[in-house]
Design a protein around this ligand. Structure first.
Ligand code: FMN
Length: 177
């Protein structure tokens, strides 16, 4: 099983990218997780799309999503919602024919500084990916609040969170097989 992982944060020391690294460590046998690069993608502009087409980096992501058996997204919450960079990537992806997210198994998790631990953004993301008919894992939900207390040197140290990530990956695998 090949899983493409996307972090909603571009920050070098991102807790959410840290969650994806923990997922690599907690992945079940036979699951291979690769973290995608979504940096440097221009803000969607319909005129630029008409003139230049969809950016090469988005086309690569589209190919990678199509080739993957499933997608794992870890995202922070920005102002109660989806970080602009991640939403922009989803908007670009939605412009290609034959939606790559259609029926694709997708698991979502997130870490935030606040106590709600990305609950609000995850429901936004479920709605947005639903517009592209993604096959989203419903449970377990992983809302990592107070993220700074649960990482040490970029590594997730919270055993409850690590256990939940293993369960989320098992649920993703069940949707794939
Ligand atoms: C623009 C912006 C908006 C934010 N809004 C929220 C928010 O609505 N809720 C929340 O819990 N944290 C919010 N935060 C704090 C983030 O949860 C925190 O910076 C987190 O570490 C970001 O994820 P990362 O470590 O993966 O980059 C916000 C941070 C930024 C930069």
């Amino acid at each position: 099983m090949n899983i493409l992982a996307i972090s909603g944060s571009l920050r070098k020391d991102s807790f959410n990218t840290g969650l994806l690294r923990a997922a690599i460590e907690e992945s079940p046998d036979g699951m291979d997780i690769t973290i995608a690069d979504i940096s440097g993608i221009p803000v969607y502009n319909g005129d630029e799309e008409t003139r230049d087409g969809v950016p090469a980096k988005i086309l690569q992501l589209v190919d990678d999503i199509r080739a993957a058996d499933g997608v794992l997204i870890a995202t922070p919450e920005y102002n109660f919602s989806i970080p602009g960079g991640l939403k922009n990537v989803i908007d670009w992806i939605s412009r290609v024919e034959n939606q790559p997210f259609a029926n694709k198994p997708v698991a979502i998790m997130g870490a935030a500084g606040g106590p709600l631990g990305t609950a609000r953004v995850q429901y936004e993301l479920r709605k947005v990916l639903g517009s592209q008919s993604a096959n989203i894992v419903h449970k377990p939900e992983i809302f990592v609040g107070g993220a700074s207390t649960k990482f040490n040197d970029g590594r997730l140290t919270d055993d409850i969170c690590r256990d939940l990530i293993g369960k989320l990956l098992a649920a993703l695998a069940a949707k794939i097989s």
